[in-house]
Design a protein around this ligand. Structure first.
Ligand code: PXP
Length: 250
């Protein structure tokens, strides 16, 4: 069976991080989103955090109004975010865990432990016409519970694998990789659409693109960093090329 096409979602959070460093209007994350789409991104991802450290409410509203590709709204499962997402009506909501003091989303959502709270939350988003994705570790119990919760999508957390690759910890990298491979197969077999993201760069994106179960990668930090040197359009094109190379091996 040929592998399905693999979408690239570009996360523009860190354009807003840079903007907020001077509290002005530039650089504009919406301009970055438009440029990324023009260069070949299939969608845009943005995370509205409780502390609004990067993306702000007005950014989300503008992204929804101005981009022509699907908007993936990352958020914590709180009442405030439910209200904002239902008003914004993005294509998808990706539910992520959030701790104020963390530098980035450190772990996956514990859908096993939070099952009772998540079930009605997911139902409200689904009733609002929003496709729900759960950002989880590639863990058997989490994947099985995600399927029971009837979310159509899981996004597998690739952060631990990517960190191990970059740090040169070969044994850990191999163990994390095997978890992702097994998790992607299990999730797909359970009827879930499988996405992946966190910490991906050209090399890890190329490797993971060879997994035929995957339908989408969401990538931000590395790409915004690369864009400083070669521009965002070039970065999107290079990432797309890396994904295509990997996909050709699927
Ligand atoms: N997917 C999810 C659910 C995330 O929380 C993040 C980080 O905001 C990403 C993907 C992108 O991760 P990175 O910025 O490390 O590429």
């Amino acid at each position: 069976m040929p592998a399905s096409p693999l979408r690239l979602g570009v996360n523009v959070d860190h354009v807003a991080t840079l903007r907020n460093a001077r509290s002005g209007a530039r650089p504009d994350p919406v301009r970055a989103a438009l440029l990324a789409i023009e260069a070949g991104a299939d969608g845009i991802t943005a995370h509205l955090r409780e502390d609004r450290r990067h993306i702000r409410d007005a950014d989300m509203a503008r992204l929804k109004a101005e981009i022509s590709k699907p908007l993936n709204f990352e958020m914590a499962a709180t009442e405030d975010m439910l209200r904002i997402s239902l008003a914004t009506r993005p294509h998808a909501v990706c539910l992520v865990p959030e701790r104020r003091e963390e530098l980035t989303t450190e772990g996956g959502l514990d859908v096993v432990g939070q099952h009772n709270a998540l079930a009605p939350f997911i139902a409200k988003l689904t009733d609002g016409g929003i496709r729900v994705s759960l950002f989880i570790a590639a863990d058997v119990r989490q994947i099985e519970m995600a399927a029971k919760l009837r979310a159509p999508v899981v996004e597998l957390h690739t952060g631990a694998w990517c960190d191990a690759v970059v740090d040169g910890h070969a044994e850990k990298a191999e163990a994390e990789w095997q978890r992702i491979v097994t998790g992607a197969r299990l999730a797909k077999a359970a009827g879930l659409e499988v996405h992946a993201g966190h910490g991906l760069d050209y090399a890890t994106a190329e490797t993971i693109s060879a997994l035929p179960e995957l339908a989408e990668l969401n990538i931000g930090y590395f790409m915004i960093g690369e864009a400083i040197f070669v521009g965002l359009a070039e970065t999107v094109k290079a990432m797309r090329a890396a994904m295509n190379r990997g996909r050709s091996r699927a």
